[in-house]
Design a protein around this ligand. Structure first.
Ligand SMILES: Cc1ncc(COP(=O)(O)O)c(C=O)c1O
Length: 396
């Protein structure tokens, strides 16, 4: 890999998306599988229908066998992440001394925003975007300001500059919460775009916090660029985690990383924040990054197949829904406006098709009329989901 675009040799490991049956999945007790009644097929919240990668399962088993369930200690997670970043993204700038473990990505974002902004300050986001950005930021006494993405799903720099100009007022300390790769569109921001973000942020005195949780999940041929690696990105703060790529949301941990010019900010992080992540979580995430590469490659190949499958199925059964496979994440952002199901097509698909997708509405401006479909499942369940969506239209 070594920072080059991934061009997929056949993976040595079996596709983890094909390993679990629907019966097995229905025994799960997590949010994805228990929110809706049994007759609903759930392809919504960002959990993956995969077994744990063996190195991760082993790390958890070993911890349990040893009763190694105390408090987290040390920098092994950050070291594994630095190594992963060097190998996968060709980035050698992740300095372990400029990292901190945090309970999870969202709480890490809250802590980073507390370091660089104050009560009442603005936090700019690119809508449509991951709904908790609105909830968490709103609940910490900051004001969310939207800078909607362009129709192509990419950052619109005129709109971003306008937002930055509006939020820079008097003694305000505005921030920009960048989602990279972007959830829900799956957009991978280019090095040039990220450098433009850094230049704009510098010009308007806006501090950048980058949520890079989906960074390991890129399609063949795409290349993730860490925000802190681009020219001008050095005073940014970034959040990374193994939680999306290895399905570890239930074994929580994440890493906050400061660029060289943000080291002093990260040094002000209250010590107790580092007590929040689970020690078993830290062990699991470390094992994923250190030893879970083959499993990840098999997953990525499976996701590439699933994106193509979804494109074929939609073209056949729901041709009014345009879909271009995205470059990253395991999510598909579907424009259903031509179906004329109103602002919330997910409600129609749920009620009439018994398939649960995310409504686009909580993603903010640009979300009405869209749904988000979770591709991290078996080809059979994706096929079944599209059939149910099409059936919902027939019944509408
Ligand atoms: C962009 C983004 N950030 C953060 C999270 C949540 O991360 P965590 O569970 O570590 O808070 C998700 C989960 O899907 C996400 O998509």
């Amino acid at each position: 890999m070594d920072g080059m675009p991934r061009d997929i040799p056949a993976p040595a490991t079996a596709n983890p998306l094909r390993e679990l049956t629907l019966e097995q999945l229905r025994r799960r007790t997590s949010m994805k599988w228990r929110t809706y009644p049994r007759d609903v097929l759930p392809l919504w919240v960002a959990e993956m229908d995969v077994p744990l990668a063996e190195p991760v399962a082993r790390a958890v088993r070993d911890a349990v066998a040893l009763g190694d369930t105390g408090y987290p200690h040390g920098t092994a997670y950050a070291e594994a992440l630095a190594d992963f970043a060097g190998k996968r993204w060709g980035w050698d700038g992740l300095a372990v001394e400029r990292t901190a473990i945090v309970p999870d990505v969202m709480l890490g974002i809250v802590e980073m925003l507390k370091l660089v902004s104050g009560p009442g300050d603005a936090v700019v986001v690119n809508s449509p975007v991951y709904p908790p950005f609105y909830q968490f930021v709103g609940n910490m006494d900051r004001k969310v300001v939207e800078a909607p993405l362009g129709a192509d799903g990419r950052i619109d720099f005129e709109v971003l500059e306008d937002a930055f100009a509006r939020v820079r007022k008097g003694a305000a300390r505005p921030a920009y919460l960048l989602c990279s790769p972007h959830n829900p569109t799956g957009t991978v921001h280019s090095a040039q775009e990220l450098a433009s973000v850094a230049a704009l942020a510098e010009r308007y005195g806006v501090r950048v916090v980058a949520d890079e949780i989906h960074a390991p999940v890129v399609a063949a041929g795409a290349r993730f660029v860490p925000y802190l690696s681009v020219p001008g990105g050095g005073n940014g703060l970034s959040l990374l985690s193994a939680s999306k790529a290895w399905n570890l949301a239930g074994i929580k941990a994440a890493v906050a990383v400061a660029g060289p010019d943000a080291a002093d900010d990260l040094a002000r992080l209250p010590e107790e924040v580092g007590h929040g992540p689970s020690h078993v979580g830290v062990l699991a995430h470390t094992a994923a990054l250190r030893d879970g590469g083959a499993w990840l490659d098999a997953l990525l190949a499976g996701l590439d197949d699933n994106r193509r499958l979804l494109a074929d199925l939609l073209a056949e059964s729901l041709p009014a829904v345009p879909y271009e496979p995205a470059e990253a994440t395991f999510l598909a952002w579907l424009d259903c406006r031509a179906l004329e199901l109103g602002d919330d097509p997910a409600a129609v698909f749920l009620e009439r098709g018994r398939v649960a997708l995310n409504s686009g509405i909580p993603f903010g401006t640009g979300g009405a009329g869209f749904v988000r479909l979770n591709l991290a499942t078996s080809p059979e369940l994706i096929t079944e989901a599209v059939q149910r969506m099409a059936a919902a239209l027939d019944r509408h």
